[in-house]
Design a protein. Sequence first.
Length: 326
Amino acid sequence: MEWESDTFDELDLRLLCALELNGRASFSRLAAVLGASDQTVARRYRRLCSEGGLRVVAVRDAERLGQDQWTLRLRCVPDAALTIADALAKRPDTNWIGLASGGTEIVFGTRPRSAGDRDDLLLGKLPRTPRVLEIRAHQMLHRFYGGPTGWLGKFGVLRDDEIAALRPEPVPDAGPARIEPSDEPLLAVLERDGRAGYPELQRATGRSESAVKRRLAALLGSGAVYIDVEYHSEIFGFPTAAALWITTTPATLHAVGEALATHDQIAHAAATAGPSNLTATAVFRDTAELYAYLSGPLGRLTGVQHVEASPFLRRVKQLTYPMPAR
């Protein structure tokens, strides 16, 4: 997959890919792998933050934790969509939100922390919102691509030896994927800044540096938490994104999902229960490329019976809210 940008170069893309692999790697480690100086890497990082929307944050992996995940489609009165989307973005249980279908639809992901939170949103707040005309709910059953596996890796700008040098050291006996109540102060900091230093984490938790290091390593090693990156895909020439709602035959569901995971355009794909049995998020250079994908690689997959595409008009929330200034 090729990228293009008038503002950012290959080193910037390589840095983003490196952070996607290990968001807490020090600038010196990143510099050694990328073949640049510490100062250059730090300067590029700051520019990506200020001009490319880069944020590095901790994310709880709901699938590893055995928690519900839902993708919802809300059809709204057009002049109410942004207001409703902004209200949803402020909720801690929403992890991404986009306006689609010309601004008449809100598409968002939610990870309720409990059955009560789920029912409050699905059975309480949303049905009582007067300008929401229709709600379609898709419960995630199986993730084929996304989560800790990021889309940037599909550019292939890092060699295998560089990837190996960047990966965090494996944690022996990390234990089960579990978040304890005592982990909340630690995660509260990391969900704002996944690169927060140990002194800040010590102050937030009241633990020693060694205790913080051990617990963070266990959380990351078990897969309960991963460090993710948020950025504007348009900085590398991919300004168009769309939610895809795919219906397959039951017998081909898994094969189609696995095939989607290999497609360069797919940033996330999952099997779902709901009106369709697969949902995906895809990223493109323009609408012509979206059409070529729908009529080509996706359309040729055996077992695909129906596809609906909802191009995003605006991304209201990716991992954090409010969106970084642009």
